[in-house]
Write a protein that binds this ligand. Structure first.
Ligand SMILES: Nc1ncnc2c1ncn2[C@@H]1O[C@H](COP(=O)(O)OP(=O)(O)OP(=O)(O)O)[C@@H](O)[C@H]1O
Ligand SMILES: [Mg+2]
Length: 329
């Protein structure tokens, strides 16, 4: 990674809550990071840690009763939280695209896939009908769909799950966005197709130099595709660093637990996974102090009293854990 990369996205102290009948669910509790052009950042963390809510907030797709209650999301110098509906529509699909876990979330069943992709292009760019058609065929080819002239005339339900996923990726990429947010883009697919789709995303990323936020449960995928990883726990980033930092020099006990609970990429055969003991945090009534403390083997007195500050370990490796906080004397 070069040092002089241009800043694309800057998230500062983002807070998102859901205001439910039972009370306020603090789904994202103040996360910050910078993403540069062409950079691929992974976000990992267990179910319910706030990964999707964070992504939806960037896209302006947060649904009620969810609300951004603090912080900023700056894209190319503009706070997208200040955008009106029209500005958000202009941004989505054009500057930022998202790939969802379920392709049917964003594919319209009553339009042919070709029309949908062409429409995405003509909505944002000034292109003729003929040019749009040619671009769609080109893009379908790029995402590995054989016989695109025929496929583009089909409806989403006529395609297999793998083909639909590819169509969704084509839809996300057709306007050459600066940023692609991929939220568990391959979990619904079988392993062979997963690998093909990842290769495809890497290819496109190299060609277009778009930045990617890659949300996944799969650390193997992270190692394969990401430059940098953020580990989320209970709505916060608890550790962030390069892939090497997180895999070989993890410092947060939750990251260590996560690594231990993941199947190894080089596992010869079935290996027992070590689940992290304890239950995830109740986001309605989070405990004081570090959210991971009740599950942490290394928990100290301070951990149940106060939230740990950030400790910068150098070279962008940052951890939020009291064990890493240097003592004064
Ligand atoms: N509509 C909603 N109402 C209330 N709480 C919600 C709602 N949607 C999400 N949440 C809460 O927000 C938190 C974060 O959810 P989110 O979907 O971002 O998790 P995630 O990290 O993407 O999990 P997964 O890995 O399962 O996709 C969860 O604790 C969840 O309970
Ligand atoms: Mg999610």
């Amino acid at each position: 990674m070069s040092e002089n990369r241009e800043l694309l996205l800057s998230v500062k102290d983002l807070r998102v809550s859901f205001f439910t009948h039972a009370g306020e669910v603090k789904a994202v509790g103040g996360i910050s990071y910078d993403l540069h052009r062409g950079e691929v950042m992974g976000i990992v963390g267990e179910s319910g840690s706030g990964k999707s809510v964070e992504a939806y907030s960037i896209m302006g797709l947060l649904q009620s009763p969810g609300r951004v209650i603090g912080g900023s999301i700056t894209l190319d110098g503009e706070n997208v939280l200040d955008y009106n509906k029209e500005q958000l529509q202009k941004m989505r699909g054009n500057r930022i695209s998202m790939i969802f876990q379920n392709p049917m979330t964003c594919l319209n069943p009553v339009y042919t896939v070709g029309n949908q992709i062409a429409e995405a292009l003509t909505a944002h760019k000034n292109v003729s009908h003929a040019d749009a058609r040619a671009a769609v065929i080109e893009m379908l080819k790029l995402v590995g769909i054989p016989n695109p002239e025929k496929r583009m005339k089909q409806y989403p339900h006529e395609l297999s799950g793998g083909m639909r996923q590819r169509v969704m990726i084509a839809l996300a990429l057709i306007c050459e966005p600066d940023l692609l947010i991929a939220d568990e883009p391959t979990t619904a697919l079988d392993v062979t197709i997963q690998a093909q789709i990842l290769e495809l995303m890497k290819d496109v990323q190299k060609k277009t130099q778009m930045a990617i936020i890659f949300i996944t449960h799969n650390l193997g995928v992270v190692a394969d595709i990401c430059d940098r990883v953020s580990v989320m726990y209970a709505g916060k980033i608890v550790e962030t660093g390069s892939v090497a930092d997180i895999f070989y020099r993890p410092r947060h006990p939750y990251t260590l637990g996560l690594l231990a609970s993941m199947p190894r990429v080089d596992a010869q055969e079935y290996e027992r996974l070590v689940p992290i003991e304890g239950t995830p945090v109740d986001m309605l009534n989070p405990p004081p102090g570090c959210a991971f403390a009740p599950r942490c083997e290394k928990c100290m007195n301070i951990c149940i009293k106060a939230d740990p500050p950030e400790t910068d370990l150098g070279d962008g490796h940052i951890v939020n854990c009291w064990m890493e906080v240097p003592r004064d004397e």
